[in-house]
Design a protein around this ligand. Structure first.
Ligand SMILES: NC(=O)c1ccc[n+]([C@@H]2O[C@H](COP(=O)([O-])OP(=O)(O)OC[C@H]3O[C@@H](n4cnc5c(N)ncnc54)[C@H](OP(=O)(O)O)[C@@H]3O)[C@@H](O)[C@H]2O)c1
Length: 484
């Protein structure tokens, strides 16, 4: 079927990139009453979407970019949903060269926020708004209501906001979409969201592994435990997904599917970006970092093969009180997860300061309650904590969360030490506990490190009892200290 001739300049919004995300977003917009222009590099895909879903709402399909831009009402709004990187740059240029001052280009792909900042600045020079927008929720979310994190100018949100809020997920009647902040802020928070997702998935994986190796439970039995946990403070989409995965039986072998899946976790890059950016900002996101490295370890076949047969368990693991141990693991999981979120929010705070973004962290947690992969009950409490103190320096220091950490602490220590004694890797459980112990320490060995740096590099140090920078003349007899 050939595409119809587009009606001139009447679409409320357009979507270019008819992959699974773009087509679903376009269908979501159309279902919500917007007239949607659709386009794809290869027009067969546009035709396919129009043929299969044209009856779901008002679509204006176009075979080429000229017609696509021509079919948008002014000021034009065009969403790009293509592969991040060079393809996104190419499509931006195709659109920008056909657009006019005041028009809005929205990138809903998973772009790196520094690319978004560069693109926003370049398009501003040409009089165009560029809105880097984080979209979470995968293909189902895009179709039925994602969590949407738009950056860019506040003026562009005046035009985009009502549409995005309408098509987003809703929780307690509130849309899971809010203006995040200027230029790359939307893509930045989406990146950290994905990093947190890595940590959240890993802590669930560590709990599963511990229960399996310590108690010899089957995946289905662990699914039952997780289903119970999911009724309480650990209630989350990722927990729900884990229950489903652990219950799944492989049709071919009749084994639990999880035992048939190759244990090498893949990654598309947003976890690594979160960690790289945190390193640049000097923010310790140990939970996300360890989760990302754990995927790396799982996907290192040569190293894993070389280590098979290495000495292992130091002790036989006979758990005396099974119920108590299961509860310990639950609390260790909860506390480790809290630390990962706390660290992720610190990374956002640091970026907001570095890039001049006015990010409302309470509102951010609110829009993560629905649509997205990390949606969870306890995000309500994160919203409450940041609404009470917008500049809260440490999420786990909020009284509600701190009480839970204190309650979990003995369990957390038991689990990490038992796992260590029995040779079970718990990278996020243990690094999160170390972070907790580090951040609460009155004195850290960093003083010695400063001394070492001053010794070999004259990097200077500060004193606890005086202002200024100091250097000790290490090579001299008597080693005098000078103010630098
Ligand atoms: N999948 C998810 O769960 C998810 C979730 C959130 C965000 N995202 C992000 O959403 C974006 C789209 O994801 P997706 O999974 O729907 O599709 P995708 O596989 O990442 O991209 C496919 C689309 O990109 C187009 N494309 C590729 N190179 C192009 C180029 N040089 N010029 C023009 N178009 C080009 C393709 O057109 P052709 O058909 O002509 O090849 C197709 O429409 C990505 O940035 C992705 O990271 C995905």
């Amino acid at each position: 079927m050939a595409l119809p001739i587009p009606a001139p300049a009447s679409a409320d919004i357009g979507v270019t990139g008819m992959g699974v995300m773009g087509s679903n977003l376009a269908r979501n917009l159309a279902r919500n009453g917007y007239k949607v222009a659709i386009h794809n590099r290869s027009s067969a895909k546009t035709e396919e979407v129009y043929t299969e879903h044209g009856s779901e709402g008002e679509f204006i399909p176009s075979e080429n970019m000229e017609d696509f831009v021509g079919s948008l009402s002014r000021p034009r709004v065009a969403i790009i949903m293509v592969k991040a990187g060079a393809p996104t740059d190419a499509v931006i240029e195709e659109l920008a060269s056909r657009m006019e001052e005041g028009d809005i280009i929205v990138d809903c792909g998973n772009s790196l926020f520094t690319d978004t900042r560069r693109r926003e600045a370049a398009l501003k020079e040409r009089g165009l708004h560029f809105v880097g927008t984080g979209v979470s929720g995968g293909e189902e979310g895009a179709l039925w209501g994602p969590s949407i994190m738009p950056g860019g100018s506040p003026q562009s949100y005046d035009r985009l906001g009502p549409m995005f809020e309408k098509i987003s997920a809703h929780v307690d009647g509130e849309p899971c979409c809010t203006y995040i902040g200027a230029d790359g802020a939307g893509h930045f928070v989406k990146m950290v969201h994905n990093g947190i997702e890595y940590a959240d998935m890993q802590v669930i994986g560590e709990a599963y592994d511990l229960l399996r190796r310590s108690l010899g439970l089957s995946p289905a039995e662990i699914a039952d435990i997780f289903a119970e946990w999911n009724k309480g403070e650990l209630d989350s989409y990722l927990m729900e997904v884990s229950v489903e995965v652990l219950r799944q039986v492989d049709a071919k072998t009749d084994k639990p599917l999880v035992d048939v899946i190759v244990d090498a976790a893949a990654q598309k890059g947003t976890g690594a970006w979160t960690v790289q950016t945190a390193l640049d900002l000097g923010v310790p996101v140990t939970g996300i970092g360890e989760a990302t490295f754990a995927r790396g370890l799982s996907s290192s076949p040569a190293q894993r093969a070389a280590a098979q047969g290495f000495a292992g368990e130091a002790q036989e693991w006979n758990v005396e009180d099974r119920e108590a141990f299961i509860e310990d693991v639950r609390k260790a999981l909860y506390a480790s997860k809290l630390v990962a979120y706390s660290q992720g929010f610190n990374e956002i705070q640091a970026a907001a300061e570095a890039y001049g973004w006015d990010i409302n962290l309470g509102a951010l947690a609110r829009i993560w309650r629905g649509g997205c992969i990390i949606r969870a009950q306890f995000l309500n409490e994160i919203t409450r904590a940041y609404d009470a103190d917008a500049k809260l320096p440490l999420l786990i220091g909020d009284s509600y969360f701190y009480e839970r950490i204190v309650d979990a602490l003995p369990s957390w220590r038991r689990v990490v030490s038992q796992a260590t004694l029995h040779g079970v890797p718990v990278p996020v459980f243990s690094s999160s506990l170390s972070y907790y112990d580090g951040v609460r320490s009155e004195r850290l060995p960093a003083a010695l490190i400063q001394g070492q740096r001053d010794f070999f590099g004259a990097h200077t140090y500060q004193r606890t009892d005086a202002e200024g920078a100091f250097h000790t003349m290490w090579a001299e007899d008597g080693r005098a200290e000078v103010q630098w």
